[in-house]
Ligand binder design. Sequence first.
Ligand code: AMP
Length: 300
Amino acid sequence: MPLLVVGSVALDSVETPTDKRENVLGGSAVYFSYAASYFSPVRLMGVVGDDWPAEHTGLLQKRGIDTAGLHVVRGGKTFRWSGKYHEDMNTRDTLEVHLNVFEKFDPVLPADYKRCEFLFLANGSPTVQMKVLDQVGGPRLVVADTMDLWIKIQHDELMKLLKRIDGLVLNDSEAKLLTDDDNLVRAGHKVRRMGPQFVVIKKGEHGAMFFSEHETYVLPAYPTENVIDPTGAGDSFAGGMLGYLAANGEFSPKTLKEAMAYGIIVASFNVEDFSLARMQGIERADLDQRLAEYRKMLTF
Ligand code: AMP
């Protein structure tokens, strides 16, 4: 069952304590769609400028991702983000953001995109996220991501969006900001009471927490010592999670927990190299193998 993702498509420049890369393939919708493609068909909606290398589109298509919704603005420039990681690799500073064509992103979905039953509204303005949601007829599952910027500058819009989605994925610091509560367990449930049926709080190297009316749990990150570049960890986590849900077509507590675990496993591969390099070298079998090891670790 196709899964639709709408979000940023970017050229990233990333600096870690030991290495750096310039203008590499990135963006929330790119990380998400690549990760989800291990599980289900994916349709990508985004915007780029004519500085966008065609081989990037080719790379996504090679994994079967539908890029018919990737709009190229002639004479425009692609969204660019640059960030620098601290020594601990868990925190980073954003050095520069050039929204470029993403600033005026006004997604108009192709006809077959409107029929997608599974929708992920990747990090973006709640106004644009709502516009996308308005175009999709009767989706079965809608999950969104957000960030501190939107919590601060589009709070009311975000609150309206929360009432219309099934799940929200956000970082620990964002959950605290949104609820004005430093206790993550309380914060998770407070966000849930703002609208979504379930909330996932991502905690970087400490894994992810899940909240629904009847469940509260935390899953650890898969312990990898080979952290090269954490960029896109959150988006690849969400891609793995939603890809698995779309493939299964149901959202029982058991399936949701398995989906969380797959999200954690895909993210653990993603951080092992810059951009999509590590994910390009794996297949579904690699994910299953690491998931089996992870499952063993959690059984006692
Ligand atoms: P993550 O590490 O999961 O937070 O995702 C990082 C990705 O998000 C990078 O590839 C960036 O291009 C993209 N990104 C950074 N800032 C923004 C923003 N304000 N809106 C949308 N995407 C962004």
